[in-house]
Structures are given as structure tokens and as C-alpha cells.
Ligand binder design. Sequence first.
Ligand SMILES: [Zn+2]
Length: 177
Amino acid sequence: MRPGELIASDRGARASRPDDLHQAWTVLEQVMDPEVPVVSVVDLGIVRALDWANGHLQVTVTPTYSGCPATEVIEQDIRAALEQAGFAEPALKRQLSPAWTTDWISASGRERLRAYGIAAPLGSSNKRSLLGEPQVIACPQCGSSHTEVLSEFGSTACKALYRCCDCREPFDYFKCI
Ligand SMILES: [Zn+2]
């Protein structure tokens, strides 16, 4: 055992140190979305902030949408991962405003979604759909924009099922806004 390890394992009352917050972010980068296991909660942009409150780590989470059944699972996963990393009794704070938008998905998250076969959403296309303009969703397989909606509900309520008219492959579109 190296000197300092005893101190490092005493997590009861921790001072707020920037390197601890950095470590907590690193831990959360390994917590995957239960519905889309290739993107982390950090890549999705649902972890809004990490702070210290009364000696405990406080995690501010904004659900992808308020009724999303995965939110409970995500919060449990976040808590478990942090406790395993030595953060005692992390506090989770749910923040509903401002509402999560797909714009918060990181560039690497979008790339991983695409590689997984899910069309990565664009905030601007969602805004266009709100205005009643047609939404063009590019095929994640071949990049064609010649696609059609098969079902507004794909494998989960968060996704719509599309099909590419060129390569004929069906794909999920992540539609939460
Ligand atoms: Zn295609």
C-alpha cells in the first residue's frame, strides 16, 4: 500500500477538489444509456452538472423526456457507478428545465449512434417538424436521404422506425426532443 491510499479511501467527508469532479465525470462516461448501450449518459448530455453539496457529490440529471421510463434506471446506474468508484451516497437532482433536447448529444455520441445504426437526431430537423415542414432523416447505413417512416414507435417509445428507400434497410431514429 502506498502512502496516501488510506486517506484516499476515507470518503466520508471529502473536501471539494477539482480532480475528484474530474474523476466523477470519467466514471459517468462509462455509464451507458440502457436503451442505447453505445452512448454514455455524458454523451447524451443528460448529466448537466456535478457539484459538491454537504460533502456529497451532487449529480444534476435532465431526463430525455419527463415520461421516459429509462430515467429511473439511468439514475440507479449513475448512483451505483459512483458508489463503486468511492463516492459515498451521491445525491441525484432531477432538473426538468430547461428541457433536454437532442442538441445536447455530443459529437462523439452522434457518431456512436450512427455507427450503431441509429440515425442521430438534429435539433434543427426537430424544430422543422414542429413547424410542420417535412423532416429528412438520412439513412445511417448508406447516407441516402430518401427514407420513409414505417412506425412512429420503434424498439422503444424514444425511437421511430424508418426504412431507407435506396438500400432497403430499416433503422431506428432517436426522436426524443
Ligand atoms: Zn440506405
